[in-house]
Design a protein around this ligand. Structure first.
Ligand code: TXA
Ligand code: MG
Length: 300
């Protein structure tokens, strides 16, 4: 069931159930972060390996402080600047966070989402919410309530209707190593925006064995139709006249304009009966960098 009624969403969460809810980035599959059974249920519904930890969502910086043992100055500065917003911080966890949330790691991922309904919900609850993106493991992230319902049906009692996600790409995950700011997952907040506040950051986003975010498995966000990346769309089309090819992105689009519709468009093309989807990379800057990362994870 899709509802706009916050009290229905709240009551389900208070009973230990898992619901779908909107954020400004993508929809999440949410449950009580202090309730290990609710957290387990999220892993099960999502079919996500228990080694891949979940992000904790809170309504204020004060709530975040209650869940961590340290808040390094460079990260605090980012929190003050970008929260509520698409920034997730990796911080040393306190004992209040069950180990199942962090998959055993001593760091917890925390953010304040910037969606009015979900912010209000978080501030009504006396517990934080864990929420991974509301897609089955490796599938395309949802940016509308209807997609969440289509993915999980009766497995979840409600999805809170918050409209289409404004950003459309997951949050940027950031931590610190020796006071140096490190980006572990590229996301809706661009590297340039981060660097404007914190100076030069280090990027450990991809296929780096020392990366702490195990969720950054290479294959992710995948369509079921094979997607390939090509340099020249026109010549590919000309040399493959016998195939039904869906052109996903030409690389000429404005990344800021594409980001909010990236997943919806990929999903639409995936369901349109093509033999293959093709796309070209964006210039490596701003959200183009994040889109290229998602293209790499979605490709064949
Ligand atoms: O925008 C977002 O971040 C969305 C919305 C719903 O908030 N959530 C989201 O969650 O994208 P998820 O679970 O799909 O991706 C979270 C990523 C995973 O790659 C996971 O491995 C990483 O965050 N992560 C979570 N907790 C972590 C931790 N304690 N240490 C390292 N990585 C962590
Ligand atoms: Mg995800």
């Amino acid at each position: 069931m899709i509802t706009r009624d916050l009290s229905i969403a709240r009551e389900h969460l208070q009973r230990g159930q898992v619901i779908g809810l909107p954020t400004e980035t993508v929809y999440g599959l949410a449950g009580n972060a202090f309730d290990p059974q609710a957290v387990q249920q999220i892993y099960a519904i999502k079919q996500r390996p228990a080694t891949n930890p979940l992000i904790v969502h809170v309504g204020s910086i004060a709530q975040a402080e209650d869940l961590v043992t340290e808040f390094p100055a460079p990260l605090r500065k980012l929190a003050e600047h970008f929260w509520p917003g698409p920034l997730t911080l990796l911080l040393k966890k306190s004992d209040r966070i069950p180990d199942v949330v962090t998959a055993g790691s001593d760091r917890v991922a925390i953010r304040i989402p910037d969606h009015p309904l979900t912010l209000e919900l978080l501030n009504q609850l006396d517990f934080p919410l864990v929420a991974p993106s509301a897609n089955p493991y490796t599938r395309i992230s949802p940016t509308r309530a209807e997609e969440v319902e289509a993915y999980f049906g009766e497995q979840i009692p409600v999805v809170l209707q918050g409209g289409a996600c404004e950003k459309g790409l997951e949050s940027t995950i950031v931590g610190s190593e020796d006071d140096q700011v490190v980006v572990y997952r590229l996301g809706s907040l661009s590297v340039e925006e981060l660097e404007a506040v914190s100076g030069k950051v280090q990027i450990k986003n991809r296929d780096n064995p020392s990366v702490l975010a195990p969720g950054m498995a290479k294959k992710h966000y995948s369509p079921q139709t094979p997607l390939i990346l090509v340099d020249d769309i026109d010549s590919f089309l000309q040399t493959h006249p016998e195939e039904r090819i869906g052109v996903f992105l030409s690389g000429q689009e404005d990344p800021e304009a594409i980001a909010p519709i990236f997943y919806a468009r990929l999903k639409h093309l995936d369901q349109s009966g093509y033999d293959r989807l093709i796309a070209s990379y964006f210039p490596e800057k701003g959200l183009g960098r994040t889109l290229n990362d998602r293209l790499n994870r979605a490709k064949e």
